[in-house]
Design a protein around this ligand. Structure first.
Ligand code: KIV
Length: 270
């Protein structure tokens, strides 16, 4: 039986307490009930139904083709396998372009099982974040490399390497916290920038390709198991080193994050 936050599962309050105590929490992007259950048994605290499913499951070269119907289908699957992790869902490309769309789509994702919705963007999602937070929908803001903007950025590149862009990311992260964001996710930014942001913000900061100084880490389950067609610098195949099967590989990822052993220097950007 799936356990949601209120019934003994992981809550945002618990993540905040872990941050204050200096503990690390572990997140994993999964797309179905089977992997959700195995991840929970391995100790994963936050499950993300990511729009990375467009690339990982559907074989597209970006996340742009992913629809709300796709997200709702996979959210329902993951909810059925969830055994107490906090459940987060991505709002896909153009699903939060207007206020009306944002409210309808975020509500649909919450009804399908999400407990937090994740939106990509900086200052421009501040009003959207407030709109959702005021209506009881927790928001995780996703900054740094935002894959839905791959065409504007011109590729999947590290963000925030120059001083002025780094300063903007810091200021926009603060604005999003003030606007009611409950979590921040930083993707592919230099270690020093992620460290500054995690130290400055009160809300928990999750990193991917952002070094070991964030409060939580996230990976895509296919990367943990080494079955993705591409292997960016910031991922590690934990199945290659695991003694047992898939649950042991995910448990090794959890242990490495908790102990501060992952990400190691070779997975980081400067
Ligand atoms: O879509 C996704 O899975 C994500 C993670 C890679 C952070 O956004």
């Amino acid at each position: 039986m799936s356990t949601q936050g209120g019934a003994g599962g992981v809550t945002l309050t618990r993540l905040k307490k872990m941050k204050r105590a200096g503990g690390k929490f572990v997140c994993l992007a999964v797309y179905d009930a089977g992997f959700a259950a195995v991840a929970c048994r391995a100790g994963v605290e936050v499950l993300l139904v990511g729009d990375s499913l467009g690339m990982v499951l559907q074989g597209h070269d970006s996340t742009l083709p992913v629809t709300m119907d796709d997200m709702i289908y996979h959210m329902r699957c993951v909810k059925r396998g969830n055994e107490g992790a906090l459940l987060m869902g991505d709002m896909p490309f153009m699903s939060y372009a207007s206020e009306a769309q944002t409210l309808e789509n975020a509500a649909a994702l919450m009804r399908a099982g999400a407990q937090v919705v994740k939106l990509e963007g900086g200052a421009w999602i501040a009003n959207t974040t407030r709109l959702l937070a005021e209506r009881g929908i927790p928001v995780c803001a996703h900054m740094g490399l935002t894959p839905q903007s791959v065409n504007r950025i011109g590729g999947f590149h590290v963000q925030g390497r120059d001083t002025s862009q780094a300063q903007s990311i810091i200021e926009e992260a603060q604005l999003l916290q003030q606007s009611g964001a409950s979590l921040l996710l930083l993707e592919c930014v230099p270690v020093a920038l992620a460290k500054t942001i995690a130290e400055t913000l009160e809300i928990p900061v999750i990193g991917i390709g952002a070094g070991a100084e964030t409060d939580g880490q996230i990976m895509v389950v296919h990367d943990v198991l080494g079955i993705s067609p591409i292997t960016p610098k910031f991922v590690k195949n934990f199945l290659a080193e695991a003694d047992g099967g898939i649950q042991d590989a995910i448990a090794a990822y959890v242990k490495a994050v908790k102990e501060g052993a992952f990400p190691a220097p070779e997975h980081c950007f400067h």
